[in-house]
Every structure is written in C-alpha cells, then in structure tokens.
Design a protein around this ligand. Sequence first.
Ligand code: ADP
Ligand code: MG
Length: 674
Amino acid sequence: MSSLKLSVETLKGVGGKTLERLRKLDLKTLQDLLLHLPLRYEDRTRLFTIHTLEVGKSSIIRGRIEHVSEVTKGKKMLVCHLNDGTGTITLKFFHYTSAQLSFLKNTEWLQCFGEVRWGFNGFEMIHPEYPASLEPALTAIYPSTDGLYQKDLQKFIAQALLICNAELVEYFPENFLQQFHYSDFKTALQQIHAPKKLPSPYLLQRLAHEELIVHYLRMRFEKKNSQRWQAPIFTTNEAAAKDFSNSLPFQLTGAQKRVIAEIQTDCQRKQPMLRLVQGDVGSGKTLVAAFTALSAINSGYQVALMVPTELLAEQHNRNFNHWFAQFNFKILYLTGQLKGKAREQGLLDLQEGKIQIAIGTHALFQEQVQFQNLGLIIIDEQHRFGVNQRLALQNKGVSGKIRPHQLVMTATPIPRTLAMMQYADLDVSIIDELPPNRKPVITRVLSSKRRDEVIAKINQWVAKKSQAYWVCTLIEESEVLQFEAAETSFEMLVETLPKVRIGLVHGRMKAAEKEAVMTAFKNHELDVLVATTVIEVGVDVPNAGLMIIENPERLGLSQLHQLRGRVGRGDSESYCLLLYSTLPEVARERLHIMREHHDGFVIAEKDLELRGAGEILGTRQKGQLRFKTVNPDTHAHLFDAVQAWGDYLLANFPQNVQPLIDRWLDTATCYVDV
Ligand code: ADP
Ligand code: MG
C-alpha cells in the first residue's frame, strides 16, 4: 500500500483526542496532511535586534533581563524588561506561575518569540514564548481546531513529509513544468510546508494546477466508466405522451419539447444517459422530468425522483399524482413520516415492482430501499447535492450489467469554467425559454423604514384574493436564529393584520407540520406565508404574486433570483419587494441588479463579478467541489487549459494517471482498465 494512504494514527503522538481533532479537520491519511496547506508563516529563522523590530510582526529577540517585577495594582501582571544593547522591550504576562516568576528573576539572558506591539513604554510583547530557538525554515501556521496545537500539526506534517518522501514523485512532463516555471511536486510541497523564505504564489499554483487536472481526469473517467454499462432501453409510447400533453392546460414550450426529445434519444441508446438539464427558475423542468418518467414506466421500468427538501418532495408528489392519475401509476412518497407498517408495505411494493415512481429526499437511496427494476434516476435541484453524492447514486439500481439512466436538473447557473469541472461527465441540455406570457416580476428595493407601507400593500393585495410570501433570510447560517426571526415577523404580521390569514413555515418544523401549512397555502386557506429560505427551491403556488424579502442583502443574487422565482407564476402582474436594513451604497447597488435583470444566467454572471467565484462556491455550493488547493478566484485563468493538459497526459503518460488521481482523491475507484 502506498504510504500516502496510511492512517494518521500511524504517526507518533496521534491517538485519542488528537485523532478526533484531526478527523474534525478531515485529516484522515498522510496524504490529507500533506495537502493541508498553511494559512500563513511565522519567521523564526533569524534574530531581530530590538531597534529593528516592526509592530505587528512576530519575531525572535535575545537580550539581557534587566528588571522583573510583579504589578499588583489593577490587573495582576508580571513585567520584565529586556535589553539587547540596541533598545529595550517590555514583556508582559497576565497568567504566570511562581516558578515562572523565579525563573525569570534568576535568568540573565532570554531568547523569546512573540508579536511586537506598541505600548505605553515603547515596544512590548504579551505572553512571548520562551525559550525560543531559531529554526532553519519559516514556521507554517495551519488551519486548526480547538485543542489541536500548531506545534503538533507541524510535527505531524513534517513526519508525513519524511514518510512519504519517496512517493512525492513528479507525474507531469518537463514541458509542462517549464511552460509554467513550476518546480517539481516534491519541491513545491516541501517549500510550502517549510520554506526558507516566503513561498511564491507559483508554488501554490503548481499544486492547484495539478489538482484541477486531476478533477478533470476523474470526471472524464467517470464518464467513460458509465459507458461500459448497458442501459435499459426506453421505447416511446407516442399515444401516452400525446394523452399526457393533451391533459395539460398549456402547450409545452419549444425548449421543453427540444430537451424532452434530446433525452428521449439518449434513453434509446445502449449506454446509460448522464444528462444535466439546466433551466432558469420557472422554465418548466418538472414536466421534462415527468415526460421522461412516463417513457421509462411505459417501457416497464421504475423511476426514482430525488429532491433536496421535503417541501419540494411533497410538491412533486402532488404534481405527479395529479398528472399521472390518468395512467393509474402507483407513486410512493417516501418521507420520514412514512413509518411502521405503511413504510414496510411501501418498500415491499417497491421491491416487488408494484410501484412505478418513488419520490423522496436522499433517504431514497438508503440500503433498505430496493427497486425491482429501476430504469431512471432523476435528481432535482442538483446543485444542493455534492458531486460525490451524485456519483454514488449511479450505482444504485445496478443489476447485472445494466445501470439506470440519470437525469439531473438545476436552475443554478454556474460559470462555464466551473461547470466544466463539476459536470465534465455529463451531457448538458438547456431550457432557454420561459413559458409564454410570463411577465417579469416587478422588483423594488426599499428601506425597511417603509415597512408600514409594505404591510398596507399586503392588506390591499390579499383583498384582491391574491396571496403573498414574507421571507426571512438566513442569519449567519444559524437555523435557530433564522426561525426566531421568522417567528418574530410572523407575530408582528398577525398583530398588524388581524383579518389576514397568515401561516408560518420554517426548517425546524416537523415534516408533517410543514406539509400541512404548505397545503393550506396552496389551497388558499392562508393568504400570507411567512417563511425562511426553506421555500427557496421548487415551491409552486401560482396565485401567490407578491413576495417580500427581509434583509435581502444577506443572500447572494442567484439565491435571491431563485427565491423571487416563487412569484410570477400566474397570469397577473407580480411583485418582489426587497426590504433592506441599513446598507452601504455598494450593497444597495447589488440589490438594484435584481431590479434590472430577470435572467438567472445574467444575474449569476453579475454576482460572480461582484463577489468572485470563491465566495459563490464557498457559500452557496458547499459540498459540490471541495478543492484542497484551488482558489477559484486566483486560479480561474488555469481552467481553460485544464482539459488539454489532462488529455495530453493521458495520451503520452497514461501510466502516470492512476497514481496521480490516487494522490489527490481518496476514492477507491480504479480507473486503470477503463
Ligand atoms: P422549474 O423549472 O423552476 O422547476 P416548474 O417545473 O416548477 O419550473 O414550472 C413552473 C410553473 O410553470 C409550474 O406551475 C408549471 O406548471 C408551469 N409550466 C411548465 N411548463 C409550462 C408551459 N409550457 N406553459 C405554461 N406553464 C408551464
Ligand atoms: Mg423545479
């Protein structure tokens, strides 16, 4: 076995609590340690004279102890003056032992390390480290966690570098390294963990470049791999498709028809489809899924539809039941609420093929859920799931050499270069047309000082028999605070609008409660729905044409666009009011983009310009692609050539590819024989 894959437990000093803490940082193997990169460096390589010290910089100094005293006035502290002939510095300790006190009193020369500050009497250091020895290289400071000391992390990483030394080989050819002025992999890694001087950004880019190429190669293999499988072949039942279209109260858009046809062609091939359908909010992706499901079922296969939230699952369940009532299909709605006997029976029916469609959250893919003849997996709002989660699903429903077709759908446009990394294994269809007669949602950016006017507007609005959403946004990612905010707004509205029927839905409610509220809203037994961002995806109530978003500045523009997509689904004019609290000018500008634009792709691009890819990937797309060394902001210029270099490596140095992938990813997949 490669030493890179050895557990961190094999290192000296790792066990018990330390092991737990390393796990918390996702550091399981030596390879993980090697790719755990420093945040910054401390310079302990040289001694500074006191008159050359710089405030804010951590430095090593050496001097004669001139004076040690305890100050007892006010806060108790130990003060010590150090003089090196060029100047004096004050060392202060607020916590100290009597042993420390007598040590300092009996010591003549002291060498210590600490951050230099400017105090009342000139330079000072608070709690300097002593004794402090000179180090041959800069000291790397790593991202860590409570209770895990830098000293220990540094030791572990240094050990890992030694143990894995022989395996830190270069897999890229000389011409690649030369073109970018890169050093080889081992040198880059050593210089990043223990540099003599501050490492150049090219060293980090060297690693990031390699990581990007690895991701590309992996996705490419995943795609190839999927072609080894055979697929269930769907035959089109023209009559059923016609009946289904005729039963709809509208015509499919041209884009919907085109995408349905593209999928149809895929599903008649011998290899499993892997297709991503991208379409703006409200473009009608659910029907595309329904047509595909129809042809799967008519060809004798079962369908699994996975969504990220229970609210959305519930809604799809309702839609599919409504649409497919004419065909007598059986649908299993698999939620946490389905318990005991009913659950057992449902699962049994699924296994025996008595059920044609299973709808649910990721619970759908647990061990106990067995299909008789799964032919199609549909994943809605795929951006909420991670790449690994998606890849893992592909093996569900595999029987013999047959693997189900897979359709993934998303409204979140991501920049092309990022999409290439993330979806390199998928074919892409785009629904680039909204159903006709959709009027753009009239969007206003308002100060929350005008809240009373807004509330009056709600009153008029519901008097016209229309419904409204009141959305409370995320507060620092805390679900608790978020739902508290929603409850406060709910109570405020109930009090000010006593005649209006108001409901509340948030992520902490039980699924059954959520469903009851949503159903009541859908059936117009409620006029106003106060909600957290749980309604962000999928919720479809055409009669609701007014949305108020409190503190919209907390969300990214793409997320606001997704939320706003909940309104503008009916025939009449609809509104979105962005109710900001105090805002700096730039942030207000950002919200104005929402007023001017209604196309999700344009909004995503603008969002990208304003916030940078790093933040977009970091916050909204958590769990999608987790890079170790790539920073999408600073390394974006590398993306374009990734594919070419990946293909070059594969063509000319195929033997290097598997070990290269292994070095970066802890997937057990073997790609060699693909
Ligand atoms: P999304 O792409 O955001 O998932 P949905 O599938 O939820 O969009 O569709 C949004 C709304 O548009 C639904 O109410 C749906 O019934 C309606 N819809 C879908 N296709 C059409 C169409 N061709 N013409 C009119 N309305 C449509
Ligand atoms: Mg949808």
